[in-house]
Design a protein around this ligand. Structure first.
Ligand code: PLP
Length: 391
């Protein structure tokens, strides 16, 4: 048995995407900035991808889409770039949430060292930011609100359109890290009143190392990467032509198939959640309703998430305890702590994230092995003995 259930960390490259990319890795290798034909063909492919992506995310113009190396760069650019411009106008306050991806949180921490004040909004036990909290936190000196579209660990989908409306009415710029949401739930920068939006191809079956930042026309932003005149002099570096073509194709497929995937994955997800909740002292982390179709995140008291993952690996299951970025450290996830979970419970977490390639048989298998492993680990857990004796 081999089950890949870590699609929130990265996804397999789709064969159709690879097929679309291949010519740009082989024959059409010209530099898009050059004047000869093979360069011009590459440039046309980049511009066609830009137009396609703009359409798919509801941007008014392709000129609002900039290619980057992925989600982390897009987040860094959006936040640092806007804050640099607005700091000069006396705006030195950022609003974000406690459970953002580190590509947002660590940027906010670095800006705090440069004199920015950061408000970290609570996400409550359901893992949802409250629009009224955003509204209450806005001040005259607020430069930017940055709230993720869907959380990468617990999959909760935020009320982005409502937050966008509040920011627009207050005249404050709004960035959203839509890396997890893109291709899984409908995202539209115009309807959602978003000023800046980050996305990355490898979370929806595109290639790694290629992403985009949507920057609404009129938003003033400093460069993150200076150099050549690519991306209309706003992001230097020879274009990742094959990656860009792959990003465009992958997003198109994801959006075309979104509805049917959503139906299938939601059914599988809910069956798995119901089954795993039968395990004594287990809990689902974050809202069940406002949740990505493919995300299951549970805690099992009395065990270590790491031990659970190692046993699952031996059973042929690739899963995660939450964020790939924090694995290797034994600190509990900042996301689970932000929900108000105590340290010892947040330690026993498991994230299973699915794609279209997963099957009902995968769910059957997980419903068999996860309870067995939890039982096994609890059988020699002093923590579990203590929990049992207290009740
Ligand atoms: C994966 C992820 C990122 C980072 O994207 P990369 O392309 O790997 O740099 C940022 N934000 C969220 C929410 C993510 O899930």
């Amino acid at each position: 048995m081999h089950i890949y259930a870590d699609n929130a960390a990265t996804t397999a490259l789709s064969p159709d995407v690879l097929k679309a990319m291949t010519p740009y890795l082989t024959e059409i290798y010209g530099n898009p900035s050059s004047l000869y034909r093979t360069g011009a063909v590459a440039k046309d492919a980049v511009e066609a991808a830009r137009e396609n992506i703009a359409k798919l995310i509801g941007a008014k113009s392709p000129a609002e889409v900039y290619f980057t190396s992925g989600g982390s760069e897009s987040d860094n650019w959006a936040i640092k770039g806007v804050c640099k411009v607005l700091k000069a106008q006396g705006k030195n306050h950022i609003i974000t949430s406690k459970f953002e991806h580190h590509a947002v949180l660590h940027v906010c921490e670095s800006l705090a060292k440069e004199g920015f004040e950061v408000t970290y909004l609570d996400v409550y036990s359901d893992g949802l930011v409250r629009p009224e909290d955003v509204k209450a936190a806005i001040r005259p000196e607020t430069a930017l609100v940055t709230i993720m579209y869907a959380n990468n660990e617990i999959g909760t989908i935020q009320p982005i359109a409502e937050i966008g409306k509040i920011c627009r009415e207050a005249g404050v710029l709004f960035h959203t890290d839509a890396v997890q949401a893109m291709g899984n739930v409908p995202v539209n920068v115009t309807d959602d009143s978003v000023d800046l939006l980050s996305l990355t191809a490898h979370k929806f079956h595109g290639p790694k190392g290629c992403g985009a930042l949507y920057i609404r026309r009129g938003v003033r932003i400093a460069n993150l990467i200076d150099g050549g005149a690519q991306e209309r002099s706003r992001r230097a570096g020879t274009e990742n032509v094959a990656g860009i073509v792959g990003l465009s194709k992958a997003l198109e497929i994801a959006i075309d198939t979104m509805e049917e995937r959503r139906e299938k994955l939601t059914k599988m997800r809910d069956r798995l959640i119901d089954g795993l909740l039968r395990i004594e002292r287990s809990r689902l982390n974050g809202s069940r309703e406002c949740r990505l179709p493919g995300n299951v995140n549970m805690c099992f008291e009395g065990i270590e998430g790491e031990s659970l993952l190692l046993k699952l690996d031996l059973a042929g299951v690739c899963a995660s305890s939450g964020s790939a970025c924090t694995s290797g450290s034994l600190d509990p996830s900042h996301v689970l702590l932000s929900l108000g979970l105590p340290h010892e419970i947040a330690h026993g977490s498991l994230r299973l994230s699915f794609s279209d390639s997963n099957t009902e048989e995968d769910i059957d298998y997980l419903l068999k092995v996860v309870p067995e492993i939890v039982d096994y680990l609890r059988s020699f857990s002093p923590l579990w003995d203590k929990i049992k004796s207290e009740n």
